[in-house]
Design a protein around this ligand. Structure first.
Ligand code: 7UC
Ligand code: FE
Length: 287
């Protein structure tokens, strides 16, 4: 297997041998070290994708069944394609800065994406390295941030499900708060595997920041989102990396160190991707 750097952030892996433990280890190390790995020429079916996820960690079932692939529920489907009136998965997922399961007590360690249909325009996923973004912060702002707690919830971005039609919006909101109560994390989180400091706030999932006295600091949250490029409408901030991909690529990324946001095409061009997310409980010393 050959690993080569790509411009901006991340590496490309060519000649991956699925049966090779050495190759799997190399991919995992590269994901934590370089944040993004593009594995070329991996044409997997849903069961094969799940199998690949099992080699990297423990695949998790997404808590909302509307995203599940009908054959392999661990596969989360993002798709704007409906065939014969049947919608597979959910359209336009993750069109806002977030990390996967950021609103849960434990976010996923690694996200794995298999693009199935890639539009010609406005394709790809944007990434921000929140370790790098923390290093670039003004030292005084970094110090103040490190003494606060960030509160995350899916509330603002939760997608109304087909079965929610005609339900009172207050009932839906109450259900969201019961199933996924707001989660408190240090604003500057220690990466569970690399030990790096991550500025763990996103525009989509972080509701508020509180100082050590429990006072809400919306001003500080706004400053941090702005400093990390998340409020840039043109996505031109220097920490933003656009990752393009093709059918047959497999994307693996460090879901704690990176915030991401998917681009979606305003036209009806078909787009579909399958995803597996894993918890990685392998002892860090093995890395
Ligand atoms: O439909 C969506 O945009 C849901 C997505 C943001 N949640 C993915 C996750 O794993 O947190
Ligand atoms: Fe996502």
């Amino acid at each position: 297997m050959k690993i080569s750097p790509q411009p901006g952030m991340g590496v490309i892996a060519e000649g991956f041998v699925p049966g090779s433990d050495v190759d799997v280890r190399t991919l995992k190390q590269a994901a934590y070290r370089h944040r993004i790995v593009i594995v070329k020429e991996q044409h997997l079916d849903p069961a094969g994708l799940l199998e690949f996820g099992r080699r990297l960690g423990t695949p998790q079932l997404y808590y909302e069944p509307i995203y599940h692939h009908p054959d392999v529920p661990e596969v989360f489907v993002s798709s704007n394609v409906s065939t014969g009136g049947r919608q597979l998965g959910v359209p336009k997922t993750g069109q806002f800065w977030h990390s996967d399961y950021q609103f849960m007590p434990r976010p996923f360690d690694l996200t794995i994406i298999s693009p199935r249909q890639v539009p010609r325009e406005r394709r790809g996923t944007l990434f921000i390295d929140l370790v790098e973004a923390y290093r670039r912060l003004d030292p005084e702002l970094a110090r103040v941030a490190s003494e606060t707690v960030a509160i995350h919830t899916p509330r603002r971005k939760f997608k109304i499900r087909p079965d929610d039609v005609y339900r009172p919006i207050g009932d839906v909101l109450a259900e969201i708060d019961t199933r996924t109560p707001p989660v408190r994390q240090p604003t500057v989180l220690r990466h569970p595997r690399t030990g790096e400091q991550v500025l763990y706030v996103t525009e989509g999932a972080t509701e508020t920041i509180e100082d050590s006295a429990g006072r809400p600091r919306p001003d500080l949250l706004e400053q941090l989102l702005s400093a990390t490029g998340q409020l840039d409408p043109a996505d031109e901030h220097p920490v933003i990396h656009l990752q393009k991909f093709d059918v047959g690529d497999l994307l693996i990324w460090d879901n704690i160190a990176l915030a991401h946001r998917s681009l979606h095409n305003p036209t009806a061009e078909p787009a579909e991707s399958w995803r597996i997310t894993v918890y990685d409980d392998e002892p860090v010393t093995a890395l």
